[in-house]
Design a protein around this ligand. Structure first.
Ligand code: ATP
Length: 249
């Protein structure tokens, strides 16, 4: 069953074409990895799905009752802000923005505690977020997104600048979350994500491929516009030869 359908979507920022005629169906229960080069339009695609960016043409159709939640890159989240882990997670329970007199219900706090327990971060409940490691903060941001009780979770590079162990932990966590929630993940980590996700979409303005994780070297090279070598761990890919615009490489 399709929860979200991106239909012939193009997005232009002034003269820049970020997406060009993209068609993509997100099925219930999928764990979709979105890959593509820098500036290829991956974040724009997430923003269009969230309704934060309006397509220049085309549309996004969401099945009734679909709730989408978003986990930003933790590096873009200000750690200097003096706020406790519990309070960050409770932000996910705010339905209509912050009201100065807002008080969270007992149910909201129970829900936040339940999620912290599930993600094994209860020990950080009363800690300031500035005192967390990158991996711990990423889990807190995932917990905040889960507090919304979404049926689709979108994540933008959740493992960027994490060490290998923290990366593995986050991917394992997402795999377990995927038992109940559809997960869509933007990543540069092609080699690693392909062993966790159920399907892959390759984006570089246009959608070059969407399907099983056993994607061919040809699909990847078409997406990246240059020959690349897949590396299972560490760097996501290595450029083999210089790409020339006329394709005579
Ligand atoms: N608000 C904006 N105003 C103008 N141009 C933008 C804006 N947001 C993105 N772009 C441009 O649109 C293109 C796609 O950007 P986007 O951030 O979606 O790519 P991305 O695949 O997520 O890149 P990265 O992997 O580097 O994060 C880029 O050329 C970028 O410079």
């Amino acid at each position: 069953m399709c929860q979200v359908e991106v239909k012939n979507v193009s997005v232009h920022y002034g003269n820049v074409c970020a997406l060009n005629g993209v068609n993509l169906k997100i099925k219930k229960g999928d764990f979709l990895g979105i890959i593509g080069p820098n500036g290829g339009g991956k974040t724009t695609l997430l923003k269009v799905i969230l309704g934060l960016t309006k397509p220049s043409s085309g549309k996004v159709i969401k099945k009734n009752g679909t709730t989408i939640s978003y986990v930003p890159q933790f590096s873009s989240f200000s750690r200097g802000f003096p706020i406790k882990v519990l309070d960050v997670i409770l932000m996910g329970r705010l339905k209509k923005g912050i009201n100065f007199f807002h008080r969270y219900s007992k149910e909201d706090i129970e829900k936040a505690d339940y999620i912290m327990e599930k993600l094994q971060i209860s020990k950080f409940r009363d800690r300031q977020i500035g005192q967390l490691s990158g991996g711990q903060l990423q889990k807190v941001l995932i917990a905040r997104a889960l507090a919304v009780e979404p049926n689709i979770l979108l994540l933008d590079e959740p493992t960027a600048s994490l060490d290998t162990n923290s990366k593995t932990e986050i991917y394992q966590l997402l795999k377990s979350i995927n038992k109940d929630v559809t997960v869509v993940l933007v990543s540069h980590d092609i080699g690693t994500i392909s062993s966790y996700v159920k399907s892959i979409a390759c984006i570089n303005q246009s959608l070059f491929y969407h399907g099983k994780t056993e994607l061919s070297r040809e699909s990847i090279e078409k997406t990246y516009g240059c020959p690349i070598d897949l590396v299972a761990h560490g760097f996501p890919h290595r450029v083999l030869r210089k790409h020339e615009e006329n394709g005579n490489d």
